[in-house]
Design a protein around this ligand. Sequence first.
Ligand SMILES: Nc1nc2c(c(=O)[nH]1)N[C@H]1C(S)=C(S)[C@@H](COP(=O)(O)O)O[C@H]1N2
Ligand SMILES: [Mo]
Length: 579
Amino acid sequence: MGTSPEAVADYRRRLSSGEDVVDPGRWAGSLPAAAGIAPRVRVGRDRWFNLLWLVPIGFAVLLAAVAAAQGLRNTPAVARFIDRYPGTLPANTVAGGLPWWVDVQHFLNALFLIFIVRAGVQILADHPRLYWTRHSTPGRDWFRFQKPVPDDPLWTAKQDSVSLPKHVGLPGLRHSIGLARWWHLGIDMVWLANGAVFYILLFATGQWRRIVPTSWEVFPSAASVLIQYLSLRWPTETGWTAYNSLQLLAYFCTVFVAAPGALITGLGMSPALSTRIKPISRVLSIQTARSLHFLILVWFLLFVTVHIALVFATGLLRNLNHIYAAREDTGWIGFGVFCVATAIMVSAWIAATPVTLARPRLVQRIGFALVGPLQRLFEHLDATPGEYTEHDISPYFWHNGAYPTTPEYQRLFDSGFADWRLRIHGLVDNPVELSLAQLRDLPRHEQITQHFCIQGWSGIAKWGGVSMTTILDLVKPAPEARWVVFYSLGDGPDGGLYYDAHPIEQMRYHLSMLAYDMNDAPLSYGHGAPLRLRNEIQLGFKQVKWLAAIEFVADFADVGGGHGGYNPDHEFFGYRQSI
Ligand SMILES: Nc1nc2c(c(=O)[nH]1)N[C@H]1C(S)=C(S)[C@@H](COP(=O)(O)O)O[C@H]1N2
Ligand SMILES: [Mo]
């Protein structure tokens, strides 16, 4: 087998390094801005309900509920019920009022949520559809804010993404998920830390009594509060020492159901976890996790809206003293602190997008520092591979990425890849160049696995090809080799060859392979003909398609832009992304 190491050097030269500032006009291969449509929910097979209708409907329902509650309150039975359950249960009372740490944590929590929510919505806008099965089949989405998928058989998930206003999304640009994820996941880490401290202090100080129901009476008591609110005659406020039962239930759900639920469903979207912990992923498929994660967002948004409205409507100064100054009076101190806190939040809100576009590498670096350790931990979890059966194969598998369009590729394609060679070089004892026929002669490896695109869609396919273990045994990597760089025949969206670096230890994993077949047929043009990578504990963008060469290196710092792959170089992704 003749080899030509200079050819691999040539692949390196054909990489491009990426920019350190985001130019919205040239972002993501000059992908033009694209508006979505009003959010819709599918009813039945193919009718879509526009959720904007919920605004007038909700208003009408609220008016009707107010009228009904006012009527009810005048009946003797309901009056007796309210006497019996005035709204606050003695068991949920604490002595000594609200401590200062609650105020600090409340502020931090609100501050963090701004970024988590904005970046979360940005992530959703990268694949503006939700499903209940792992197949992501067009038309089977239950929620979308994008038009139906067009007929184009090569329609990509990137084309399907939509833009958001720059102060709604973070950072708002179409397909800016790489940066949005650093905000979302990075701030998640500090939000979770804040939450953990909150749990500890809550139970260490007895403050938990305020927000944990201790008897079934909480339900009639909460019903009483609801009737009182809706009848527009508020219950007596005792927030300094006890919350009313409706408030208690809302806080309990937020702190002990929604927040941990957000964490669990968030992790449910991770390929590394799903691949390894089958019992969880069987029940909580990535798309179920994603849909529930979204419904938890809806809960948070509803909660925040009602919460703020009631803070204003039920004694603003006193409420602000409670939660911003840890004091029980009706002076202006709490209001003053609240104004400062709000100024901080508004400034941070306004600065977030411009700072992200001006300093994306900083966002990438800090994000990776915050989330990287957790991601790496998942990569090392119990290595039992997760696989699926023929029955699980997705009827539709999205396409993604920039297709190869060069005459060089066209020529190879037209000749059935007769002259194509997979060149394997770098820090190996035995560099090789393999034709497709030679690859097909190596021991065959098959797996049925799930693909997780960073944008949010997923699909199951059967891959046939050669295990990376076979390749490693053939080329014998040198001990210094720590990263394996995969070069594509095709350019990425910003020009320069697409490539990606993988940690060498992951190449020995049972589910790391080079695939030349997909679902028992030779790999199609769109899915990566003639050969693509599969490393099932990483996200989709690392599965390089249209493979040309593999290079074993000690370090990827001098490959391309030096960030470990085309997307890390150009779109600020991370070089390991198992979440
Ligand atoms: N060469 C190359 N490989 C690539 C891409 C690309 O743009 N160029 N896109 C990646 C992304 S983001 C995904 S999700 C998968 C999509 O593979 P599929 O089109 O077979 O679904 O390919 C990955 N491999
Ligand atoms: Mo992707």
